[in-house]
Write a protein that binds this ligand. Structure first.
Ligand code: NAD
Length: 452
């Protein structure tokens, strides 16, 4: 669905009208069309700042270098020069005084980061701090990150924070490519943790990152599922696209266009897990990537909710996922070094009026990936969830106009996300290079105000 304010802002008269009426003025966000490139930072101005005593600067510098840019240690003298990517090693922020590095680093940069620029801050995990003040200071960085995202978001700039354990700094490369790259379009104000929990994969390809992999995407006939299937195929995976039998015709059409395999199946039926596992084993010998995208809403206030609305939503959005994973794991269909991504939701993070059933199912997935991560780590499998905010799909097109317009604007980027934006985050979590990230739920919501 097109965004009328973005369309208006493209011409001078429209832009003037937006200003006169005091309407939100969303910028056109940068998006990639192609797949990952070997040197995404080539030609970009990358600045690396740091607090004294940190342990991540060298790793950040090396990762930026491997991505095509030698980071500057000081902003260019020419005040008109824009900075595309700002990296801050805040792992040394262990006291109130040390937090001053945040101010000192960013205050002079606030008008110098390029439109659609990227900021990645790296800090020490508060839970690993030796004493409470260090834990508090490290946690303070999160508040800074979120506020910076709100201040810079109007320019399409994304700001994210990675808490990185000292033994996981070598895992920053993949994270930097995503959060410093164009693909992070609609992911901002997020905090994720990097750990050494999952062993390094045998190969870490930067281009055609999923070549040779078999990926299953449920609910792939349209919306986020379709965009994800296309994105994974673009990265070289062979994709099995699953959707309900009623969507078989559409599924066959979209699969034909991307060379994918269609599998019409209702995931909520009792026989679905066994049928799916048998299909993947017989046809492909197993599966490397599972994206649990299929999901439904049946909104009613709890007082008005019939029990079958509760059962359907929890059944499809939660129980079916657990049953499928159990079957894929028990029968050995999910291969070592696998990747599993669940589609949670902002409703699962913050709750939502009229969505007790949906929010329960989506919050359950946040708990599920966190609990499964340590169990799957010994096999090199990473499991994560994404929580989309307002993404322009058939699901959100059904919303009443006013709620839709509020949902679309109530975020730091002042616009809805595209299915491709969610697909980019999912694709990152499916790559070998995300191996430092497991058990996390990352929002793709333009830093939505709800639940922030
Ligand atoms: P959508 O309704 O456009 O597409 C969902 C697809 O899942 C459909 O093709 C549908 O046929 C399929 N599906 C539903 N039940 C199924 C079943 N039992 N078996 C197999 N396939 C089934 O939805 P979307 O907006 O693309 O959302 C995709 C996922 O992202 C969902 O899990 C949704 O809850 C989540 N999500 C979406 C948004 C958003 O803004 N669009 C926000 C938060 C979370």
């Amino acid at each position: 669905m097109s965004d009328v304010l973005i369309k208006m802002s493209r011409n001078r008269a429209g832009a003037a009208l937006i200003k006169a009426l005091g309407l939100p003025n969303p910028v056109e966000l940068a998006r990639a069309e192609g797949g990952y490139v070997a040197l995404p930072f080539t030609g970009k101005t990358v600045l690396l700042a740091g607090a004294a005593g940190g342990y991540a600067a060298e790793a950040l510098s090396g990762a930026a270098g491997a991505a095509g840019a030698t980071p500057l240690r000081q902003a260019p003298a020419d005040a008109a020069a824009r900075i595309d990517v700002v990296l801050l090693d805040a792992t040394g922020c262990a006291t109130p005084a040390a937090l001053r590095a945040l101010y000192d680093s960013f205050h002079p940069l606030m008008r110098r980061v390029a439109r659609n620029g990227r900021v990645l801050i790296v800090a020490a995990p508060p839970e690993l701090a030796a004493e409470p003040v260090a834990a508090a200071a490290a946690r303070g960085v999160e508040g800074f990150n979120r506020s910076l995202g709100k201040e810079l978001g109007k320019q399409g700039i994304t700001v994210n924070l990675a808490y990185v354990a000292p033994d996981a700094v070598d895992r920053l490369a993949g994270v930097l490519r995503f959060f410093g790259g164009v693909q992070t379009t609609y992911v901002s104000g997020q905090t994720l943790r990097l750990t050494a929990r999952v062993a390094a994969p045998a190969a870490l390809p930067h281009t055609a990152a999923l070549a040779g992999k078999v990926a299953l995407v449920t609910g792939a006939a349209r919306g986020i599922g379709l965009a994800t299937a296309q994105r994974l195929a673009q990265e070289g995976a062979h994709v099995v696209c699953l959707d309900v039998p009623a969507a078989a015709e559409e599924l066959a059409r979209v699969c034909g266009a991307m060379g994918a395999t269609a599998l019409p199946l209702d995931i909520a039926t009792a026989e679905a897990p066994a049928r799916l596992a048998a299909f993947l084993k017989e046809k492909f010998g197993g599966v490397d990537i599972v994206v649990h995208n299929a999901g439904i809403t049946r909104d009613r206030t709890l007082a008005n909710m019939k029990e079958h609305y509760w059962d359907m939503v929890v059944g499809i959005n939660f129980a079916a996922i657990v049953a499928i994973d159990a079957e894929l794991l028990a029968g050995g269909a999910l291969r070592d070094e696998g990747r599993v991504v669940c589609l949670s939701s902002i409703s699962g993070v913050a709750g939502n009026y009229g969505q007790t059933n949906y929010a329960t199912s989506k919050a359950a997935l946040i708990g599920y990936v966190a609990a499964q991560a340590p169990l799957l780590a010994p096999r090199g499998i990473a499991i994560n969830a994404i929580a989309p905010g307002f993404i322009e799909t058939a699901m959100t097109a059904q919303m009443p106009f006013l709620s839709r317009e509020i949902g679309r604007r109530a975020n730091s980027l002042q616009q809805g996300g595209q299915p491709r934006d969610a697909a980019e985050l999912i694709a990152f979590l499916c790559t070998p290079g995300c191996y430092g990230v497991s058990g996390e739920t990352i929002r793709v919501c333009g830093q939505g105000l709800i639940g922030a």
